[in-house]
Design a protein around this ligand. Structure first.
Ligand SMILES: [Zn+2]
Length: 68
């Protein structure tokens, strides 16, 4: 648990319990990314909702340098 994660969670909703923060984090970042078109899909998705490809990969759990 790092501070950027806490800041992110607090920007979504006011959470102070680290366990709840972790839950929110998992819900936000537990995604699959289509290798064909790059669309984000639910972690439970079997195929891409945009191009219907089955070529999905799990999104890495990191908050790395997307902003700025
Ligand atoms: Zn796709």
């Amino acid at each position: 648990m790092n501070s950027s994660l806490n800041n992110l969670a607090r920007s979504v909703m006011p959470l102070t319990d680290p366990a709840q923060v972790q839950i929110v984090y998992n819900r936000v970042f537990a995604k699959k990314v289509c290798r064909e078109c790059g669309a984000l899909n639910s972690i439970r998705a079997v195929k891409c909702r945009r191009c219907h490809s089955y070529n999905l990969r799990p999104k890495k759990k990191e908050i790395a340098s997307k902003k700025s």
